[in-house]
Design a binder for this molecule. Structure first.
Ligand SMILES: NC(=O)c1ccc[n+]([C@@H]2O[C@H](COP(=O)([O-])OP(=O)(O)OC[C@H]3O[C@@H](n4cnc5c(N)ncnc54)[C@H](O)[C@@H]3O)[C@@H](O)[C@H]2O)c1
Length: 181
């Protein structure tokens, strides 16, 4: 079953993950012995198996957090065909300006956002397809959820210690209705 990305991330918001999941993974089977036991009650859990989105010819990117990791993504992605940096954000203006300087003499001309709330403005931009979150990991969940609720795809620079990352919140079933995009 194919689901279009805008329907997935914007139309349904994060709360829609659970709804989309039931259709996406209904055919998935676990091969673990526990799951195979005929009497074991089992609840289908959401995962991304089978998820597909429409191709995006030019991926318009915004980055939040321009310490070490953010600029390294700029360095690696700035010459990739089909990538366009539209927006860069850091709490500290000098970090945002230094990151933009890395794109001098390229086709990229990102808008800069700074301060405590700058990242929200970046996420609200309709012309950003992908938000890359490279702030300290404690902020990832809030920023990722906010971006997805505004219809953006999200990638986060994960720490190795997933258990302490708080990412579990990202895939929990919704406890309240999703905000509209
Ligand atoms: N540096 C690495 O080698 C590395 C490797 C793997 C994963 N990571 C992960 O990448 C993420 C970033 O790591 P880093 O080393 O670049 O950290 P960093 O501290 O160098 O950079 C974080 C940046 O986020 C900015 N920031 C903080 N709050 C903000 C806000 N509210 N809005 C906008 N910007 C804000 C800070 O000003 C800073 O410039 C972390 O989650 C880390 O675990 C880093």
């Amino acid at each position: 079953m194919e689901i279009h990305r805008r329907e997935f991330v914007a139309g349904a918001g994060l709360a829609g993950l659970g709804v989309a999941a039931s259709g996406l993974v209904s055919g998935c089977q676990s091969h673990s012995p526990a799951a195979a036991a005929p009497t074991a009650p089992r609840t289908q859990r959401f995962n991304m198996s089978g998820f597909a989105v429409d191709p995006i010819p030019t991926v318009r990117v915004g980055i939040i957090g321009l310490g070490q990791r953010g600029p390294s993504y700029i360095r690696h992605m700035r010459y990739i065909e089909g990538v366009q940096f539209k927006a860069l954000c850091d709490l500290r203006p000098e970090k945002a300006q230094a990151a933009k300087a890395m794109l001098r003499n390229t086709a990229h001309d990102p808008e800069l956002y700074t301060g405590e709330e700058g990242w929200k403005k970046l996420c609200q931009r309709e012309d950003v397809d992908l938000v890359i979150v490279t702030t300290p990991y404690t902020m990832h969940t809030e920023m990722a959820v906010y971006a997805m609720k505004h219809g953006r795809h999200v990638a986060a620079a994960a720490r190795r210690d997933f258990a302490r990352s708080g990412y579990g919140e990202l895939v929990k079933p919704p406890r309240r209705p999703a905000a509209t995009a």
